[in-house]
Design a protein around this ligand. Structure first.
Ligand code: IVH
Length: 675
């Protein structure tokens, strides 16, 4: 039977791979492939075994979850096995789950408890007469490892239960995890100490618990939430899962605050949706949600299939980590000449988008991760964060690869590349001779927070360069209709719009203009501070480093960058021709020392989408305004972002002007219009 023969071969290969990954994951705490990839191998094996049941063996990884415990730890037998959960990947899977449950129980509706699926590792805690006597990992579900000494260092785990009704025996189960913030701090520490970074918070949590020396565990920021029960005294009785969790809380055990009670399948999906939206702002990693039938007598009736309960299921979020291949490594040159290696990737769908590039940051990062052309890598994209190369799958590295090094000549202008001691970044020394730096300078100049030239995006700037239409930002103001019409995809209407936008940008503010020049280390806040302090461009141009350091928050490094910028004749030329082209800002900045909002009092409420509260406050203060916390008859303006509080009502009562976000931004640009 050739079909069975090839199935046997595939099954053997899958089993071998899965066993190898199990070992790396569970024993070494160093998984090499993303979970989604592991799930796929397992699913393929499961479906082949379903098709060819005669090929199922007792030791197949499908018949056993987890792996053997480490030899050094004392083994713990779980008297009530620690089970796993089945997975749902789609709404249909959830509908099926709900149907199975209701059909089995012959019920119409169903009440569920819904919980985040915490991304850590399952631990059992055994309390005898209220005292923590043992903590164990899940291991293979039947036998785990004794990690009592380490768990005692986890601050959220109580060493004694609280309250009056302490049971003789209570074994609870839950997840130990590392909160995101602690994980970042730990990795920063690891890098500083020259140690390996952890791939994700779950590995970090697992690695921290599997320590023979508990002082190491104690230095790791671990936390725990309880979600289930193992062995217990008969005196403890509950009719629902929810009630049980309440008892846990009363006994002082940590229970996740996101847990809720819902009815029916629509509410299950609603919870999934809501938590998915909240996922990035939660302080810990979750990889899905767990649905559990609330009624415990229903749970008993539903029972188990193989190693998972029929009364619960995990509904997974789309994977945030996937495998891809490095097709090439390009070196990009940024506005300040910084060289950035960028991996060109085989397109991969991860975290909800198709990723084709990932920044490799700098030489140090390249060396640390040793990413080479041809490597298979783990790509991670969480939330709106830019995609990251987490690590290389070394076992998949092709035979002939070379370490990648940044070039010592700029790939664009061939100038020397230097790396200042103590800096992570290598830079092209070509300055405005380098076309890449000029191009980036123009993109920055036109961007929204700078001169805000509507419609002048990256692609158009690239086209200008290809057609040799502009060399510096000043050339933007000399562009002619005929030149632009020659460009691809530029019809009369778009040329017209662009020229109007360029013309409009001439009316600006001093801080915007300063920011748009792209002076190193001069961001929006510094530009604002400079404008407020000097109120006059000529004064800034003439200032030496010492004078510049009188500006709040301008230190010696920033001062030097500013002074050097204005000392360069070609920079002075560009600035002069920009002014000649008609760029101008309201006289108040020059004449009123920038304190146009002097004696005006503002109150901020609600959330602004374009900036944080402290940034908004700084911007107002830079214009001389006072920002206070509560509305009174002395308030002049209330700035209301999204979901404002009662302050707006109070302002209306007192007939104080309330500005929405758009008006507020306009006020920052043209304060005189509001006075
Ligand atoms: S209940 C019998 N609830 O997911 C049910 N597990 O994929 C046993 N997990 O081994 C598990 N959050 O490590 C349950 N709220 C939650 C969970 C959760 C995370 C983990 C746990 C379990 C794995 C199963």
């Amino acid at each position: 039977m050739p079909k069975e023969k090839s199935a046997t071969q595939r099954i053997n290969s899958l089993r071998e791979q899965i066993l190898e990954h199990n070992h790396k994951y569970y024993v070494l705490d160093a998984p090499e492939i993303p979970d989604a990839e592991y799930d796929r191998l397992m699913l393929e094996l499961q479906s082949l075994e379903k098709e060819f049941p005669q090929l199922v063996t007792e030791d197949s990884p499908t018949q056993r979850v987890g792996a053997e415990p480490l030899k050094e730890f004392v083994q713990v037998k779980h008297r009530v096995p620690m089970l796993s959960l089945g997975n749902a990947f789609s709404d249909d899977d959830v509908q099926d789950f709900h149907h199975r449950v209701t059909e089995h129980l012959d019920a119409d509706g169903m009440e569920y408890v819904v919980e985040p699926k915490l991304d850590g590792l399952a631990i059992s805690l055994r309390y005898e007469s209220g005292i923590l006597v043992q903590a164990a990992t899940r291991g293979d579900g039947a036998t785990g490892e004794d990690v009592t000494h380490n768990i005692r260092t986890v601050k959220s785990v109580p060493l004694h239960l609280r309250g009056k009704n302490i049971p003789d025996l209570l074994e609870v189960r839950g997840e130990v995890f590392m909160p995101k913030k602690g994980f970042e701090q730990l990795n920063a520490r690891q890098v500083k100490a020259g140690e390996k970074e952890f791939a994700n918070p779950r590995n970090a949590a697992a690695g921290s618990l599997r320590q023979l020396d508990s002082s190491i565990t104690a230095s790791r920021p671990l936390s725990m939430y309880i979600y289930g029960v193992g062995e217990k005294s008969d005196s403890l009785e509950w009719s629902t899962h929810h009630e049980m969790l309440s008892t846990f809380k009363n006994l002082g055990l940590p229970v996740c605050p996101e847990i809720q009670k819902v009815q029916g399948v629509q509410e299950l999906l609603g919870y999934y949706q809501n938590l998915g939206e909240k996922r990035n702002s939660l302080p810990y990693e979750i990889d899905g949600v767990v649905y559990k039938v609330n009624d415990l007598s229903f749970q008993t009736r539903l029972g188990f299939v193989s190693r998972a309960p029929r009364w619960a299921i995990a509904h997974k979020f789309p994977a945030q980590e996937e495998l891809s291949k490095v097709l090439d490594i390009d070196v990009q040159v940024g506005r300040t000449g910084a060289l950035t290696p960028v991996a060109r990737l085989e397109p991969i769908f991860v975290g909800g988008v198709t990723v084709t590039n990932a920044t490799l940051h700098n030489q140090d990062e390249l060396e640390r991760k040793d990413i080479r052309i041809g490597d298979t890598v783990i790509i991670r994209r969480a939330g709106d964060v830019i995609p990251q190369v987490v690590s290389v799958v070394l076992s998949k590295r092709p035979e002939k690869t070379e370490k990648f090094k940044l070039p010592d000549k700029c790939p664009v202008c061939d100038s020397a590349v230097i790396r200042v001691e103590g800096e992570a970044v290598a830079r092209c020394t070509g300055g405005l001779y380098c076309a890449a730096q000029r191009k980036e300078a123009i993109k920055h100049f036109a961007s929204r927070k700078a001169m805000d030239i509507d419609g002048l995006g990256d692609k158009l700037v690239d086209q200008f360069f290809e057609a040799d239409l502009i060399k510096t930002v000043a050339d933007l103001y000399q562009l002619k209709v005929d030149d632009l019409l020659k460009l691809e995809r530029m019809g009369e209407k778009s040329v017209d719009n662009l020229l109007v936008a360029i013309e409009k940008s001439k009316k600006t503010t001093l801080p915007r203009f300063l920011f748009s020049l792209g002076i190193r280390e001069v961001g929006e806040a510094t530009a604002l501070a400079l404008a407020s302090h000097f109120a006059d461009l000529e004064k800034i141009e003439a200032a030496d480093s010492d004078t510049l350091q009188k500006v709040p928050d301008v230190g010696p490094v920033v001062a030097k960058h500013i002074a050097v910028f204005f000392q360069q004749p070609h920079n002075r030329e560009v600035v002069d021709s920009l002014l000649k082209a008609g760029i101008a800002w309201p006289a108040y900045v020059r004449e009123n020392t920038g304190q146009i909002l002097d004696k005006k009092t503002f109150v901020l409420t609600g959330t602004l989408s374009s900036m944080g509260r402290s940034e908004a406050k700084a911007k107002l203060q830079a214009l001389g305004a006072k920002v206070t916390g509560s509305v009174s008859k002395n308030t002049h303006f209330v700035v209301a972002g999204a979901d404002p509080g009662s302050k707006v009502d109070k302002a209306k009562k007192l007939e104080i002007r309330v500005l929405d976000e758009e008006e507020f931004e306009q006020l920052l640009k043209q304060p005189d219009e509001y006075l």
